[in-house]
Design a protein around this ligand. Structure first.
Ligand code: ZN
Ligand code: ZN
Length: 123
């Protein structure tokens, strides 16, 4: 592939989410990883929220705890070895101000690729 074509492909890829599915459900992960008594699962099915084509491991928001102050993520490598890890990462502090409203980035701090507000909304 010539450089111009691959740059174009990267631009396209950066405009949608990865959506790789985790093999474990949030309920299973929360029962095997006691995070906090008030941890609330964000959704039952976990799919990667990073931009498509990202480097590094997949990340999905597993649960919030401590009244929403603590964000717990599932990180997995998508390889046959299925290495998964439940980790706490604060959300990214990027903001996009649009008039009176500010869009916050709901991806983990230090995430690769574009911010949440640059990607299509979740389904
Ligand atoms: Zn991913
Ligand atoms: Zn961000």
């Amino acid at each position: 592939m010539d450089p111009a074509t691959s740059a174009f492909a990267r631009t396209l890829a950066s405009k949608c989410r990865c959506h790789a599915l985790a093999t474990d459900s949030a309920a299973e992960l929360l029962s095997s990883n006691p995070i906090s008594e008030d941890a609330r699962a964000e959704s039952s099915l976990l799919s990667c929220e990073l931009a498509a084509g990202h480097d590094s491991d997949h990340l999905a928001l597993l649960a919030t705890a401590h009244g929403g102050d603590q964000w717990w993520w599932l990180r997995w490598d998508g390889q046959p070895s299925k290495v998964t890890e439940v980790i706490q990462i604060d959300p990214c502090d990027a903001e996009l101000t649009q008039g009176r409203y500010a869009d916050e980035c709901f991806l983990p701090h230090g995430h690769p690729g574009p911010h949440d507000f640059e990607l299509p909304q979740r389904d």
